[in-house]
Design a protein around this ligand. Structure first.
Ligand SMILES: CC(C)(COP(=O)(O)OP(=O)(O)OC[C@H]1O[C@@H](n2cnc3c(N)ncnc32)[C@H](O)[C@@H]1OP(=O)(O)O)[C@@H](O)C(=O)NCCC(=O)NCCSC(=O)CC(=O)O
Length: 534
């Protein structure tokens, strides 16, 4: 007869002596039923009342029906003190295992907030370590469904050490298997670092928060008063800090989007992303593109419309959609092949490169390169953003991150200059000189060190100042500079773009180029690792 713990309904005594094999099996089913049920109906109701699903409900949404295989369901902690001896629930507050998403293996761990607030103790941590090791060994993605109160306070330093083991594995797995963190509750302290080490962070508005220290500590230390959501809610991290890549209104949509993202990623760094049969014709013309992009370089337009027109079925997913909007990072398909798209967004800050845009795109390029996703870059960039804030904020080292990421990327790289591409920003955004495999330009391109006005003011300063009519002289010099150096064929004549193409043929040219580059193989010099700017 199993002895049950009073408050949690969990067994605290060892199972009874078996009478026969069938008795043993029946007992197993009884224990499993207890583990599956979790602590109590009341705790489940409390979780639902907060607008949150339970860990098992979340796993069901993530994985293909019936595919979940749990690991260490019967694990219990061995900690003592603070009444822990009497409270030893199965799973120890985290559910771990694997299943499939659209038939492909995915490993998962999910905090059960109903048990110690999902807080991480020693046994809980070693379960996560094991599943991470299994994911790395199997070469399959790892998804964490986070809803935990950080280190389990009663277990002290053992809990903290458990986090260390997770961080080390996150780092080892980086660039080896895709790692996705889904934030579904309050995640403080140690619970926030692991997601930051992973490839993608998803959050849900109102119910999930991430911070190093909560509002109470903030108030005590700095005197600032702020709510949990104001400090580390989904919108804050999706728009201001850039900590999260995707934010949704509810858990169901959030988890459905995780499944979609997985469909665009390979299982590991030795595989390519899954290719689908495209129904959108490879040679579909995009006559509307010329209307979408105004020829006047100073007029804004929405680059997402250009992307939509070019990619398969107009379908793409933006990463960091609401952070650093002056640059777009998106995953899409071209003739069924997954590509990463980096594009300046002229309708936000005129599409300049600033600190945040550089950081956003650098991480994206790095991710694409790690997971064999070819990179297509659409340029329409007036340059880096000038200003004291930017310089003092370290635009040089942040901009260098993007440069480094591109220079280091060995996946197929194709760039297309739609309109203007000035100065350092032109070089950084995957120019031929930093290793793009193919570079194209529309006949509306203006590639130059800087805009004609600025250029004339620098190199013809004296002539303009000494002229009888300085304005007329300036206009003449601007015109001269434009016709000499800024005509669309200047770069093509020098082989710095591989071709000037009709915008309507963009999709076909990109698809043909990707097909040619499919077997590309490039090695970097042997080294322990680079020392990228931080
Ligand atoms: C996470 C919360 C915002 C959730 O608030 P809620 O009101 O929803 O829920 P709650 O407070 O009733 O908690 C639910 C149950 O979980 C327990 N519980 C909560 N946090 C716990 C923790 N860290 N360790 C052990 N148990 C914990 C509660 O006692 C309660 O148990 P019962 O149901 O039995 O009553 C809050 O609990 C909280 O602030 N917890 C402390 C978070 C924290 O400081 N963690 C340490 C981070 S330091 C860290 O990780 C390392 C670092 O410094 O970086």
């Amino acid at each position: 007869m199993t002895v049950l713990e009073e408050t949690t309904g969990e067994p605290i005594a060892e199972p009874s002596e078996p009478t026969d094999a069938r008795g043993r099996v029946a007992e197993l089913h009884e224990i499993r039923a207890q583990a599956l049920a979790g602590p109590s109906e009341k705790a489940t109701q409390a979780q639902h009342a907060k607008g949150k699903l339970t860990a098992r409900e979340r796993i069901e949404l993530l994985l293909d029906p019936g595919s979940f295989q749990e690991v260490e369901q019967l694990r219990r902690h061995r900690a003592t003190g603070f009444g822990l001896e009497a409270k030893k629930p199965f799973t120890d507050g985290v559910i771990t295992g694997w299943g499939t998403v659209e038939g492909r293996t995915v490993f998962v761990y999910a905090h059960d907030f109903r048990i110690f607030g999902g807080a991480l103790g020693e046994a809980h941590a070693t379960k996560i370590h094991k599943i991470m090791d299994m994911a790395i060994a199997a070469g399959a993605p790892l998804v964490s469904l986070n809803d935990g109160a950080g280190a389990r306070i009663q277990e002290g330093v053992s809990a903290l050490a458990g986090y260390g083991g997770i961080f080390q594995r996150n780092t080892r797995a980086s660039g080896v298997i895709p790692q996705i963190s889904v934030m579904l509750g309050p995640c403080a302290g140690g619970a926030a670092y692991s997601p930051a080490l992973t490839d993608f962070v998803f959050m849900v508005r109102e119910t999930s928060q991430m911070f190093i220290t909560g509002p109470d500590v903030v108030k005590a230390v700095t005197g600032e008063e702020i709510t949990q959501n104001g400090l580390g809610g989904a919108d804050v991290h999706a728009e201001t800090s850039g900590v999260c890549h995707f934010a949704y209104d509810d858990e169901e949509t959030c988890i459905a989007e995780v499944r979609y993202l997985l469909s665009l990623l390979p299982q590991n760094n030795r595989e390519n992303p899954p290719r689908t049969e495209a129904t959108d014709p490879a040679d579909r013309r995009g006559d509307v593109l010329l209307d979408l992009v105004p020829a006047d370089g100073n007029r804004p337009y929405d680059m997402t419309k250009v992307i939509e027109e070019i990619v398969d079925d107009g379908e793409y997913v933006e990463i960091h959609e609401r952070w650093a909007r002056n640059i777009i990072c998106a995953l899409a398909r071209l003739d069924g092949q997954v590509v990463g798209i980096v594009a300046n967004q002229p309708q936000a800050l005129a599409g300049v490169l600033d600190i945040e845009a550089s950081e956003k795109a650098a991480r994206f390029v790095q991710m694409c390169d790690a997971f064999n996703i070819p990179i297509v870059t659409f340029l329409d960039v007036p340059g880096f953003l000038p200003g004291v804030d930017q310089e003092h904020g370290g635009i040089i080292r942040h901009g260098a991150k993007l440069l480094y990421a591109y220079c280091n990327a060995t996946v197929p790289r194709i760039s297309l200059i739609l309109r203007k591409a000035y100065g350092g920003a032109y070089i950084v955004m995957d120019s031929q000189s930093i290793g793009a495999d193919l570079t194209y330009a529309w006949p509306t391109n203006e590639i130059a060190v800087m805009g004609a006005e600025g250029a004339a003011n620098v190199i013809f300063r004296r002539q303009i100042a000494e002229a009888e009519d300085p304005e007329a002289m300036r206009a003449r010099m601007v015109k001269e500079y434009k016709s000499e150096l800024m005509h669309p064929y200047y770069a093509a004549e020098r082989g710095l773009v591989d071709d000037v193409i009709d915008p309507a043929e963009t999709r076909e040219v990109l698809i043909r180029s990707l097909a040619m580059l499919q077997s590309k193989h490039a090695d970097l010099p042997s080294r322990k690792h680079g020392n990228p700017p931080q």
